[in-house]
Design a protein around this ligand. Structure first.
Ligand SMILES: Cc1ncc(COP(=O)(O)O)c(C=O)c1O
Length: 377
C-alpha cells in the first residue's frame, strides 16, 4: 500500500466515497446528484473521485475551471460537467469542444460564448446562474429573465438549466436560505408562466441536501459531503452517516530526547516544560500543514495517542512532543484521520484554525502522494 517515495502521504478511501455518494443519492430522491470535484476533488483527486462517484450513482460533475473539466474529459469521463462560474473567453473553444455545461450570467459573456459556438458550428449548453443573495457571481434576480430571453434568442446556445447557490445553508439558524429560496422560487414561477422553464432548476449544495432543503431542486451539486465531511460544525448531526475519505499520514524521520527548558523549531518560540521524546515528521507547510498549527493546540496521533505539535511547523518538517512514548524512526503518525481509537477530523483542525474543513483537505498540497484504496478491512 505505501509504496511512495516519501514518508508522508495521503490515503483516499474510495469505498468511503462510494458509500457516501450512495447515501446522498438516496437523500436526493428525485434530484440527480452531481459530484463537485473542483480543486482536484477537494484535494482527493478529481479523476479518481469522479469515476468513483459516477459508479455509485452520481449523474454529473461540477468543477470550477475550464481546465478542470478538460482534465476529466482527457481521462475519458463522458458524464455532464458543469463549470460553476463564467470562464475567460480564451477558454471558450476548449469548453465547447469538451461539451461542458457552461455557467453564464453576464450579457457580454453570453454574446461571446454564443459567437464562439456559432463559429465552431456547435450548440453550447448553458446554465444561467442567478444571484439570490450570496453576492459572489450570478445575474441579479431583476435581470435574470432578460438573460434567459437573450440565451433563448441565441441559436448557438441551449438553455439547459437555471440555478442559484446558497450563502448560509451550513448555518441552520440563518434565515437567508429561506429568503434566497423564495426569491428563486418567484423567478422559476415566472419562467413557468412564460413556459420557459429549462430541464434543470437547481439549488442544493451539501448542507442544503443534508438539511433536506432539496424538495424543489433537480440537481444536488454535492461537494464536501461526498468526501465524508460535514459542511460545518452546525451540520455535524445531519452528516453523521458519512465517512471521511481522506487521511494524512507520515512516518517519524528523527527522534531526540530533549531536556526541560530546551526550545524547538524556528524562533525557539516554545520551551519544553519537561524533558520529552521529540519526533520529527517529514512534512510541513509546503505540504499544507499550516505553520501556526502548533500555536492553536494542533495535535498528531502517534502510538494511538494525541501528541502536541511543538514549535512552528517548518516548510518540510514538523516536531511533535511524544512525552514518554517510546517513539522510533519509522513509526507511523496520523495528522488527519484515525489511529487506534483516536480520530482527528478535518473539522477539528479547522475549528482550531478558525476555518472550515474544506480548507484543510483542499490545502494538502500536490507534492504529498495520494494512495488510493478500496474495501480496507
Ligand atoms: C456553485 C456551487 N455549487 C455547489 C458547490 C458544492 O458545495 P459543497 O461542497 O458545500 O457541497 C459549490 C462549492 O463551493 C459551489 O460553488
Amino acid at each position: 500500500m505505501n509504496s511512495v517515495n516519501r514518508w508522508a502521504w495521503v490515503e483516499i478511501d474510495l469505498t468511503a466515497i462510494k458509500t457516501n455518494v450512495a447515501v446522498l443519492v438516496k437523500q436526493a430522491g428525485r434530484a440527480e446528484l452531481w459530484a463537485t470535484v473542483k480543486a482536484n476533488g477537494y484535494g482527493h483527486g478529481a479523476v479518481e473521485v469522479a469515476r468513483t462517484a459516477l459508479s455509485a450513482g452520481a449523474r454529473g460533475l461540477c468543477v470550477a475551471l475550464a481546465d478542470e473539466a478538460h482534465q476529466l474529459r482527457q481521462a475519458k469521463i463522458v458524464a455532464p460537467i458543469l463549470i460553476v462560474s463564467e470562464q475567460p473567453e480564451v477558454a471558450f473553444e476548449q469548453m465547447l469542444r469538451d461539451e461542458v455545461v457552461a455557467t453564464v450570467y453576464n450579457e457580454a459573456t453570453i454574446n461571446s460564448y454564443a459567437a464562439v459556438a456559432a463559429r465552431l458550428g456547435v450548440v453550447g449548453t448553458v446554465h444561467l446562474k442567478v444571484d439570490t443573495g450570496m453576492h459572489r457571481v450570478g445575474v441579479p434576480v431583476a435581470s435574470a429573465m432578460a438573460r434567459v430571453e437573450q440565451i433563448i434568442a441565441a441559436k448557438s446556445l441551449q438553455l439547459d438549466g437555471v440555478y442559484t447557490h446558497f450563502a448560509a445553508a451550513d448555518l441552520p439558524s440563518h434565515d437567508e436560505t429561506a429568503k434566497q429560496q423564495r426569491r428563486f422560487d418567484d423567478f422559476v414561477a415566472e419562467l413557468d408562466r412564460k413556459k420557459l422553464r429549462p430541464k434543470y432548476v437547481h439549488t442544493s449544495n451539501s448542507a442544503a441536501l443534508l438539511r433536506s432543503l432539496n424538495a424543489v431542486t433537480d440537481i444536488a451539486r454535492v461537494g464536501i459531503a461526498i468526501y465524508g465531511i460535514a459542511p460545518s460544525n452546525e451540520t455535524e448531526t445531519v452528516a453523521r452517516g458519512l465517512r471521511p475519505a481522506m487521511s494524512l499520514h507520515a512516518r517519524v524521520s528523527h527522534v531526540q530526547r530533549l531536556e526541560a527548558g530546551e526550545g524547538v523549531s524556528y524562533g525557539l518560540r516554545t520551551r519544553l516544560e519537561k524533558s520529552a521524546n521529540i519526533a520529527t515528521l517529514p512534512l510541513g507547510y509546503a505540504d499544507g500543514v499550516p505553520r501556526r498549527l502548533w500555536s492553536v493546540g494542533g495535535e498528531v496521533l502517534i502510538g494511538g495517542k494525541r501528541c502536541p505539535i511543538v514549535g512552528v511547523v517548518t516548510m518540510d518538517q514538523l516536531m511533535v512532543n511524544c512525552g514518554e512514548i517510546d517513539v522510533k524512526i519509522g513509526d507511523q503518525a496520523v495528522l488527519l484521520g484515525a489511529q487506534g481509537d483516536e480520530v482527528i477530523s478535518a473539522n477539528e483542525i479547522a475549528t482550531r484554525l478558525d476555518t472550515i474543513g474544506y480548507e484543510i483537505v483542499c490545502g494538502v498540497s500536490a507534492r504529498v502522494p495520494r494512495v488510493y484504496f478500496e474495501n480496507k478491512a
